[in-house]
Design a protein around this ligand. Structure first.
Ligand code: TXA
Ligand code: MG
Length: 320
């Protein structure tokens, strides 16, 4: 993790201060910027401006019932907008800045665009760890809403190039490939018991340990609690076949760990069977196989523990 941090620091050193200033200017004007976070690239806008937020929904062609995550520079900033409870205190202390999103009740007249919360009384909040996201947030006087910077339902971007391919006219800050590669874990803290709405690098176990209690079972995708957890999501344009043991004709292979299959086109998510490496490579690999001339992507099984659960969640939605 320390080497990752040093790498990120190097990346930020290579960026001209001008690029960061430019991003801030664009955001202050009410326009959109593509920016790196440790999970995936975000499409950012001023969270307090309906007009700015509307541009996100338009560019992504995102359904208006699907609310956005508000990003803050630190926990104290976040507390101005939502009603913190003791679970939130513990989780924020343990995991922020980092890949965790909390759902909490909004404060009355908190000022966050009603469009961004799709009219809900709750708000999704996160303090990202990526130095570029941090630097931009610290220099602004307002929070940023930032969904993943991809057209609605398609693969989440883990490089600046992915974002530029989808949105050629967007100003994107290049912070190198995302180190985690999967979206943040979402925990709903508004119910009787905390519940995980979206699995991620931080697992149910990680959260339970900090809260010293058992989490409610994951609320299924179709529930109103997480309107964005559509069954079909993160999808490449060609079909996926999961948990394969044999290849069929014209299939590209998405493999994991050592194996004996041979395919005309293959990407191994981690040849040593490392799940964190697989998570970081997942969306890039799917994007590359998607642009191959194959008719389908055959996916080898991945273990369902730790971040494997989140990887399998994304693969299931991609194949739905
Ligand atoms: O890692 C991440 O979280 C990335 C980076 C850019 O921060 N962002 C991200 O945003 O994944 P997005 O918009 O792709 O996913 C946000 C998810 C959606 O499934 C949405 O429905 C859910 O969060 N969500 C937002 N507000 C909610 C709320 N008030 N209650 C329940 N779910 C909510
Ligand atoms: Mg998304």
């Amino acid at each position: 993790m320390n080497t990752l941090k040093t790498d990120m620091q190097k990346e930020i050193n290579h960026l001209t201060i001008l690029a960061l200033e430019n991003a801030q200017k664009i955001l202050q004007k009410g326009d959109l910027v593509g920016l790196p976070t440790e999970t995936v690239y975000g499409l950012a806008a001023n969270a307090l401006s309906d007009a700015a937020v509307a541009k996100i929904y338009a560019l992504k062609e995102r359904p208006l019932f699907n609310p956005l995550i508000a990003h803050f520079a630190n926990t104290d900033e976040a507390k101005k907008y939502v009603q913190f409870n003791k679970w939130a205190e513990s989780l924020a202390k343990a995991f922020w800045p980092g890949p965790l999103t909390l759902i909490l009740e909004k404060k009355k007249e908190c000022g966050i665009s009603l469009l961004a919360t799709a009219g809900l009384n709750t708000l999704a909040i996160r303090v990202p760890a990526h130095p570029i996201a941090q630097q931009i947030l610290q220099g602004l006087g307002f929070p940023l809403v930032a969904p993943s910077a991809n057209p609605s339902e398609s693969l989440s971007p883990t490089t600046a190039q992915h974002v530029k391919t989808s949105f050629p006219d967007l100003f994107v800050i290049d912070g190198g490939p995302c180190t985690i590669g999967l979206e943040s874990t979402i925990v709903d803290l508004t119910g009787e018991k905390p519940a995980i709405l979206r699995p991620g690098l931080l697992t149910k176990n990680d959260i339970q340990k900090v809260l010293s209690l058992n989490l409610a079972d994951k609320i299924d995708g179709a529930s109103i609690k997480a309107p964005g957890q559509l069954k079909r999501h993160y999808a490449p344009s060609i079909p996926l076949r999961l948990n394969i043991s044999q290849l069929q004709e014209d299939e590209a292979l998405l493999s994991f760990g050592p194996h004996t299959l041979t395919a005309q086109k293959e990407i191994n998510l981690s040849s040593t069977g490392n799940l964190e490496e697989a998570a970081a490579n997942l969306f890039s690999a799917l994007a590359e196989l998607d642009s191959s001339r194959c008719k389908r992507i055959a996916v080898m099984p991945l273990p369902n523990d730790g971040i494997g659960l989140a990887i399998n969640d994304r693969l299931k939605r991609a194949s739905s």
